[in-house]
Write a protein that binds this ligand. Structure first.
Ligand code: HDE
Length: 712
């Protein structure tokens, strides 16, 4: 029903109540914040056409005052983020492990809001910097909000919350000149690292491809800390949480990541937004690792130490549900910026462990929201409001929204019917897990916490050769930027404790003569699941939602383009036509094709693969365009798939792709697929499409040994 009519039919009280609930209900006219309709919002009230502005212009003052106060403090870490709405479904009742209601009924969808983020950069920094990514999920369960605030790397830099401010101070831009932005490639971070050998394991992950994800949709998530599941009988078990992306785990390469920071600083934000708009809903399976209480001390690591993984080969991940993100926020500030995750937001059936990092986090998140969101009522901001009813005696404070009725705000009371009252466990009251704790007050950590290098070595052992090469190159970049040679030397020495050969390789790139090789940690074990290439969760058989660039000019072969575009679309990928100018292209047979991007608004680094169709006119033009040749070279250098049909192959030849075999000239010749470069002269379009799709699904072709001979 029309809102205005509805308003007229209601009593004054009802109208007031309605406007309070929905202050924007009368949206046709521009009003002040007091609801007064404004007649002019362009010109301020003045004494005469050329006279001074009058202080009585309440609309001008209100408009500017609001603007002056529009910024809130950015998050002290994880300032830059992207949010999405969605839902969570459990696959089977988890009754044996936990009483949490949202983990019982496979028919039920629990609404969620997820915020992905980088950690170190300021709010306006670029998305594709080398950094950890936040993966925070707010479940709006029927028992209240549950926040699982995780990262895309399963371990952390430090073991104890006490060190967090020191760590963040060292990682953020330096104190004197506020440089560098969104980067750990500077002296104070590496000084901190070398003063804290417990960082070694996390640094290995941070130097790996994990720290430059291709997309928020293609990275894992981890709860990092150790939590507890508690079932209805009160039995507790230690657990760690995992998110496994159904599109697999994929990364950028470092050169690409750096270039994207300039070409499209919003790359990850845009990717998530566009995927959801196009109906490519990101999906992640939810998994738990479970350790029985009696097995607490069975492992060669302490299960409360957040710098250690529970190797998935030793403690398998049980997949228990799925998260789907299917709606973009309506308003970035109201939702993504104001969402307040608190590790202490927990529901019955889940509890904390004594992990000393987690214990500190329990304090920090609530505390930080008080300053960031301006007071203790931030739970009333729509994005933070639970779906479960709230009823307590906390009433006052800045920005109170709820108008509570009645006289009492204390318990017990006789005036207000003794309500609200605490709930028993049967009534859904949260019961803390009854853990027996005994001990002296002490500032110490357990012995196994002091093994800093075994799992760093486990990680190194588990990497594929290309992944190892990327890690070494990341050290060369990061430590290569460190000015103080003593710090660079200390880094080499620290990683000599992990692996002697790794230390030698680091030393080589950062201007330090390799110190005596210690041989590093004696660990020889591997954990393939920590490798993106080797993990059982690697997905390399779909091109769903990948982006393919098609390079063309006037005179392109229309048949070639349409059949490849159709095949890509059929496989769920998206193609963009790229040419020197936007507008329309004309094919050799007279058809028209709209150009999506020009060489200035697109770049190879923004795509997963490149296709060059035939058509003599088109190729003669492209061969003379440095931008087109650069596009091909860069794609090759970054080990991404390339495809060409007919005359399109000539562009690859001009680009001098080293050691690559192309399809021959005769129309009888078959499709040739060599190190991710797929070509066919004429004819067999369906086997070209199949081979090209297989090459794209593989994502990267690391076997291009001479890629570095290509200048791009
Ligand atoms: Fe956080 N962290 N953190 N953190 N963290 C914050 O809370 C903190 C840690 C993580 O999208 C802050 O609302 C301490 C581990 C994410 O809004 C702050 C310690 C993990 C987000 C804070 C840690 C995380 C935050 C800053 C060490 C992975 C962004 C703004 C004891 C499991 C959430 C805010 C969002 C945000 C404190 C360590 C993940 C200051 C003290 C380990 C994803 O409260």
């Amino acid at each position: 029903m029309d809102k205005k009519r509805l308003v007229n039919e209601k009593s004054k009280d009802e109208q007031l109540e309605m406007f309070r609930k929905d202050p924007e209900s009368e949206s046709e006219f521009l009003t002040t914040n007091q609801g007064v309709r404004v007649s002019n919002t362009d010109i301020s009230l003045k004494a005469g056409e050329r006279g001074p502005t009058l202080l009585e212009d309440f609309h001008l003052r209100e408009k500017i005052t609001h603007f002056d106060h529009e910024r809130i403090p950015e998050r002290v870490v994880h300032a830059r983020g992207s949010g999405a709405h969605g839902y969570f479904e459990v696959y089977e009742p988890m009754t044996e492990y936990t009483s949490a209601k949202f983990l019982q009924d496979p028919e039920k969808k629990t609404p969620v809001f997820v915020r992905f983020s980088t950690v170190i950069g300021f709010r306006g920094s670029a998305d594709t910097v080398r950094d950890v990514r936040g993966f925070a999920v707010k479940f709006y369960t029927e028992e209240g909000n549950y926040d699982l605030v995780g990262n895309n790397i399963p371990v952390f830099f430090i073991q104890d919350a006490m060190k967090f401010p020191d760590f963040v101070h060292a990682a953020k831009p330096e104190q004197d000149n506020q440089m560098p932005q969104a980067s750990t490639a500077h002296d104070t971070l590496w000084d901190f690292v070398t003063c804290h050998p417990e960082t070694a394991h996390m640094i290995m992950w941070a130097m790996s491809d994990r720290a430059i994800p291709r997309s928020y949709r293609m990275m894992e998530g981890f709860g990092v800390n150790t939590y507890r599941f508690v079932n209805a009988e009160g039995k507790g078990r230690f657990i760690k949480f995992h998110w496994k992306p159904l599109l697999g785990i994929h990364s950028l390469v470092w050169d690409e990541a750096q270039k994207i920071s300039g070409k499209d600083p919003d790359f990850h934000r845009r990717d998530l937004w566009e995927a959801i708009e196009m109906g490519d809903y990101p999906e992640y399976e939810f998994g738990v690792q479970v350790i029985e209480e009696e097995d607490e001390f069975k492992f060669d690591f302490d299960i409360l130490d957040a710098t250690k993984i529970w190797p998935e080969e030793e403690v398998p991940v049980k997949i228990i549900g799925k998260l789907t993100l299917n709606r973009n926020p309506d308003n970035f500030f109201a939702e993504t910026e104001q969402v307040a995750f608190c590790v202490s937001n927990i529901v019955p059936g889940i509890d904390f462990s004594n992990d000393p990092l987690l214990q500190g986090r329990l304090f920090s998140y609530l505390d930080t929201q008080l300053i960031r969101l301006g007071g203790p009522n931030f739970h009333e901001i729509p994005i933070n409001r639970p779906l479960a009813p709230i009823s307590n005696n906390q009433r006052e404070g800045y920005h109170r929204m709820t108008i509570n009725k009645g006289k009492t705000s204390y318990f017990p009371n006789s005036v207000g019917g003794n309500l609200p009252r605490p709930a028993s466990a049967e009534e859904g009251g949260y019961d803390n897990y009854m853990e027996k704790v005994e001990g002296k007050k002490i500032r110490e950590r357990s012995e196994k916490f002091k093994d800093f290098f075994s799992q760093a070595k486990l990680f190194w052992n588990s990497m594929s050769e290309p992944e190892k090469e990327h890690i070494i190159r990341a050290f060369h970049f990061e430590v290569g930027k460190v000015i103080d040679p003593e710090i660079r030397k200390a880094v080499v020495e620290l990683f000599n404790n992990v692996d002697g050969e790794l230390a030698i390789q680091i030393a080589k790139g950062v201007g330090i003569s390799a110190s005596e090789q210690k041989g590093g940690s004696p660990v020889t074990k591997e954990s393939p699941n920590v490798s993106q290439e080797r993990t059982e969760y690697a997905v390399k058989d779909t091109i769903k939602s990948r982006k393919i660039a098609i390079l063309a000019a006037d005179g392109y072969d229309h048949k070639d383009v349409s059949q490849v575009m159709q095949a890509l679309k059929g496989a769920g990928a998206h193609a963009d036509i790229i040419s020197k100018y936007r507008g329309m292209l004309k094919s050799s047979s007279g058809e028209k094709l709209e150009v999506d991007k020009n060489y200035l608004t697109a770049a190879s680094v923004m795509y997963d693969a490149v296709y060059v169709p035939g058509g003599k006119g088109s190729i003669d033009t492209l061969k003379m365009q440095g931008d087109a040749i650069h596009f091909v070279n860069e794609t090759f250098r970054h080990c991404k798939p390339l495809g060409a049909t007919g005359e399109g192959i000539e562009l690859f030849k001009v680009a001098n792709l080293p050691d690559i075999k192309f399809a021959g000239q005769k129309s009888t010749d078959k499709v040739v697929s060599d190190k991710g470069v797929v070509t066919v002269m004429k004819g067999d379009s369906s086997s070209f499409n199949d081979s090209f799709i297989v090459a794209i699904a593989k994502h990267r072709h690391w076997d291009r040994e001479k890629k570095e001979h290509v200048s791009a």
